[in-house]
Design a protein around this ligand. Structure first.
Ligand SMILES: [Zn+2]
Length: 437
C-alpha cells in the first residue's frame, strides 16, 4: 500500500483517496514574469512522476497546476520592459510549457489562469466578509486570521513566531500583522472592478478559489515547493476552512529546494541557474535523473560537478539501453512480459513515500543484469522491465534505430567473421560514436 509523508501531520501515512480510485492533485504553478530556474523545475518533475506512478497502479488522476498571471512582479517587469502585461505573461507561460515538456514532464490536465477566475474570487471574498472572516481598509480587503482557530497548522508555527515571520505591511488599519491581503486596491497595472473599488486579488486567494472551482471540495493531494508552506499554503488552508468548513487537502506534499553549493539561489547572489541555459548544455533527462536520485523532501545542493556526474551516469544508462535495443531489434525480439519480481520490488519502493533514489538503485542493478545476460529472451524481459520503470520516472532515453544503423551493424558482423579487421574497426568506431556499442 502506498504511504506518503503528509506535511500537515508530519507523518508517513497510508494514501487512501477520498473517492475510491479517483485522485485529485493541485500543485501551485508559476507566476509568469520570467524564465524558470532549476529550483522551479523540481516540483514540475516530481509531481509528474507521482502522477505517472499513481496511473501505473490504476488510479484515475487529475493533476491541476495554476498559472499566476496577475501579480505585482508581473506589473513591475512589464513596466520595465515597456510591454503590456498580457504580452509578458503569454511569453513566459509559453516558455514555461516549453520547459515542462523539455524536462520530460506531461502538461497538467488543467492549467487554470488566475485572471480567468476573478469574478469567482470577488464573490468568494465578499462571502468571507459576510461571514466576518474579512474586513475592508483603505488599502484593500484582509483576512482576519484570529478568527481561524487552527491557523499555523501546516507550518507548525506558534502565533508569536508567525507574527515575527510576517513582513509588517504599511497599513495601520490592519487588525493583526498576520492578516493577509485578499484584495489589493489599486489602479496601477492590470486591475479589475470589485465592490471595494478597482484592484486585484491576492495570490493566496487565487489558489484557494481555483481549487474550489475545479474540484468542488476537499482534494487528495496539494503540492508545491517547500518554500510555499508558509505563508501561501497556510493561508490557502485558512481561507478554505473559513469559507467552506473543510480542509483544503487531505495530504500535503512539499518538494525540497535546490541550493547552489550550499547557498540559497537568489538574484542578489547572482547564482541562479535557468532551466533554458542548463538545457543548452545538458540532456534534460540527465537533469531529471539528478533530481530523482535525491529524496524529494530533502534540499539538493546543486553544483556543476554534480550535473556533470549525473550527465555521465545518464550516458551510461542510455548506452546500455541503446546497445540492448539494437541487439534485440536485430533478432526481432520484443517482450510483452515483464519481470514480476522486479516490478514488485519497484512498487514496494515507490509505495514507501515515492523513494525514487532507491528505485534508481534497482534500475542500476537491472542494467547490470542486462549487461551480463547471455539469453536473448531473458534480455528482452529485462529490457522491457527497465523501460517500464524508466517510463514512469520519465527518464527513458529517446532513440530509434534507422535502417542504416542496422545494415552497418550487419556489415560489421560480416567483416569480423571474414577477418576483415580494418573494415571491422572502422564500422565499430562509427557505431560506438553513435552510442550503439
Ligand atoms: Zn498556490
Amino acid at each position: 500500500m502506498l504511504k506518503i509523508y503528509n506535511s500537515l501531520t508530519d507523518q508517513i501515512e497510508p494514501f487512501i483517496p477520498l473517492h475510491n480510485k479517483r485522485v485529485s492533485i493541485y500543485v501551485c504553478g508559476p507566476t509568469v514574469y520570467g524564465d524558470i530556474h532549476i529550483g522551479n523545475a523540481r516540483p514540475i518533475i516530481f509531481f509528474d512522476v507521482l502522477k505517472n506512478y499513481l496511473k501505473a497502479v490504476d488510479y484515475d488522476v487529475t493533476l491541476v497546476s495554476n498559472i499566476t498571471d496577475v501579480d505585482d512582479k508581473i506589473i513591475n517587469r512589464a513596466f520595465d520592459l515597456h510591454i503590456e502585461e498580457s504580452k509578458l505573461t503569454k511569453r513566459y507561460e509559453e516558455a514555461f510549457i516549453h520547459m515542462t515538456l523539455l524536462l520530460g514532464s506531461n502538461l497538467p490536465d488543467q492549467m487554470p489562469k488566475a485572471t480567468e477566475y476573478v469574478v469567482q474570487m470577488v464573490e468568494y471574498i465578499q462571502e468571507l466578509m459576510d461571514m466576518g472572516y474579512a474586513y475592508q481598509t483603505d488599502t484593500g480587503v484582509y483576512f482576519r486570521v484570529s478568527k481561524v482557530e487552527d491557523y499555523g497548522i501546516l507550518s507548525n508555527q506558534k502565533v508569536a513566531e508567525l507574527s515575527r515571520g510576517v513582513r509588517i505591511e504599511l497599513d495601520a488599519d490592519k487588525e493583526d500583522p498576520r492578516d493577509f491581503s485578499l484584495w489589493k486596491k489599486t489602479t496601477i497595472g492590470l486591475n479589475f472592478d470589485s465592490p471595494w473599488g478597482p484592484g486585484r486579488p491576492g495570490w493566496h486567494t487565487e489558489c484557494a478559489v481555483m481549487n474550489k472551482e475545479i474540484f468542488h471540495g476537499e482534494i487528495d493531494i496539494h503540492g508545491g515547493g517547500s518554500d510555499l508552506k508558509f505563508p501561501h499554503h497556510e493561508n490557502e488552508i485558512a481561507q478554505t476552512y473559513a469559507h467552506d468548513h473543510h480542509h483544503l487537502a487531505k495530504h500535503w506534499m512539499h518538494v525540497g529546494r535546490i541550493d547552489m553549493s550550499g547557498e540559497k539561489m537568489s538574484k542578489s547572489l547572482g547564482n541562479i541557474v535557468l532551466v533554458k541555459d542548463l538545457l543548452q548544455i545538458y540532456d534534460p533527462l540527465a537533469f531529471r535523473l539528478l533530481i530523482l536520485s535525491h529524496p524529494y523532501r530533502q534540499p539538493i545542493s546543486y553544483s556543476e560537478d554534480l550535473m556533470i556526474q549525473f550527465s555521465k551516469e545518464y550516458d551510461k544508462i542510455k548506452r546500455t539501453l541503446k546497445k540492448t535495443y539494437l541487439t534485440l531489434s536485430l533478432e526481432g525480439l520484443k517482450s510483452n512480459v515483464l519481470d514480476d519480481e522486479i516490478m514488485k520490488q519497484f512498487i514496494k519502493i515507490m509505495d514507501n513515500d515515492i523513494n525514487t533514489p532507491n528505485v534508481m538503485t534497482l534500475v542500476y542493478d537491472l542494467l547490470k543484469q542486462i549487461n551480463k545476460s547471455n539469453d536473448p529472451n531473458r534480455t528482452a524481459v529485462l529490457y522491457y522491465t527497465a523501460k517500464k520503470i524508466l517510463d514512469i520516472l520519465g527518464i527513458m532515453p529517446r532513440f530509434e534505430i534507422r535502417d542504416d544503423v542496422l545494415s552497418m551493424y550487419r556489415e560489421w558482423e560480416t567483416a569480423r567473421s571474414e577477418k576483415n579487421f580494418r573494415l571491422a574497426d572502422q564500422l565499430r568506431s562509427k557505431l560506438t560514436e553513435q552510442g550503439w556499442l
